[in-house]
Design a protein around this ligand. Sequence first.
Ligand code: UDP
Ligand code: MG
Length: 322
Amino acid sequence: MTASPQVSVVIPVYNEEAGLVALFGRLYPALDRLGVPYEVVFVDDGSRDRSAAMLKDAFLRRPDVTRVILFHANYGQHMAIVAAFDHCRGERIVTLDADLQNPPEEIAKLLAAMDAGHDYVGGIRRTRADLWWRRAASRLMNRIRERVTRIKMTDQGCMLRAYSRDIVRAIAASREVSTYIPALAYTYAHNPTEVEVEHAERAAGESKYSIYRLIRLNFDLITGFSLVPLQLFSMFGMLVSVGAVITYCIVIVERLLRAGWRAGFETLWDRDILAFFLLGMVLFGLGLVGEYVGRIYQQVRERPRYTIRAVLESDAGDAPSP
Ligand code: UDP
Ligand code: MG
């Protein structure tokens, strides 16, 4: 292994057997062309197909520049990246998807922006090659996140990004259980920038994110970086209660005036519609509070955020001995 690689390329892999060969075929030549010492850190996120074995083959073929971390189970893309951040040695760290949606040839562009003095370079997918509903949902969530978290990030879903050693160290030191790396990096970056990058259709296999997982991911993003949903909700709750009391008073006074005191008092308990409405709000609020409480619960347990089965690498500084 090169003593100190300048660039670490981090790639999370989950059931990607169909596309890995094509990835190796483009990744290594692209990195060789950079002309700087580099390492590739693959993290197998508990794949159940042949991905782990294929990563091992890649390691045996290029042990000087390849490191493989094998997770015991599926901890999610972002935990896989954190694990790689814990283990990588480069001064600059580039993250990339394994499905070739982020062309490895674009890495040079990110590094050029770092040469210009930026410590964090985000990618913006020029033409996004994904399903239309993914693009639409993504645009919506980008806008909501922008409002709620005040993180300036044009394309939150793009994982083709370059980070400085300092940012990666800070992210690795963050003991959060559920997080969203591109957003977390912004809280540590002092001179971030963004560049346009190409985006391609998935080379093989299918997306690992179901609608359910996408929703969970966006909850991580919003609740992980903002208490606004919680605050908005209590504001709204107060407004609704005040509104309800005022409406009630108006209705009763109107009845007393119109129908006299007897008929007016007989319909004092007209609260059906409001009761349904308020019940709905209360349940929603409870769920939202639960979201935060659940996270506190996860955090205080202080479980290891992932467990590693094996690390395939040759000793730093020594001759490669696979
Ligand atoms: N991935 C992972 N663990 C997971 C889900 C995904 O390591 O639980 C990896 C996956 O192998 C890929 C990257 O994260 O390299 C992005 O996943 P995918 O392409 O399925 O997401 P999409 O492009 O559809 O948003
Ligand atoms: Mg993809």
